[in-house]
Design a binder for this molecule. Structure first.
Ligand SMILES: [Cu+2]
Length: 115
């Protein structure tokens, strides 16, 4: 009797593990990666639509430093300042409107819609 119960429990936990692994893979498969360039003192996109879980890489393509930050509720971050050729990622983990700016150049602005 004990043996049967134990086997049933083992089968159940194996199944739970498989479901967990599958859902982890599907999250990875459905999230996308985007790239935003900082070029000629501007973001190369005025707006960008992403899904919750997507990653945006901000890349500096100018021969001087840029910064990337946002004070928005949907994503509050500051990537700091970085030189030409460097890129830094942000994962958008909450739905909403994210206003992205550069602290060095106040005219640099873009909006990321996270759905
Ligand atoms: Cu800048």
């Amino acid at each position: 009797m004990k043996c049967i119960k134990l086997n049933a429990w083992k089968r159940k936990s194996k199944l739970t593990l498989q479901v967990l692994i599958l859902s982890a893979f599907s999250t990875v498969a459905y999230s996308e990666t985007f790239k935003v360039l900082q070029k000629d003192k501007a973001f190369d996109k005025e707006t960008l639509q992403v899904k919750v879980g997507d990653t945006v890489h901000f890349e500096n393509a100018d021969p001087f430093f840029h910064n990337v930050f946002s004070l928005s509720d949907a994503k509050f971050f500051d990537l700091g300042s970085f030189p030409k050729g460097e890129s830094r990622p942000v994962i958008f983990d909450k739905a909403g409107t994210v206003e992205v700016e550069c602290a060095i150049h106040p005219n640099m602005k873009m909006v990321i819609e996270v759905k």
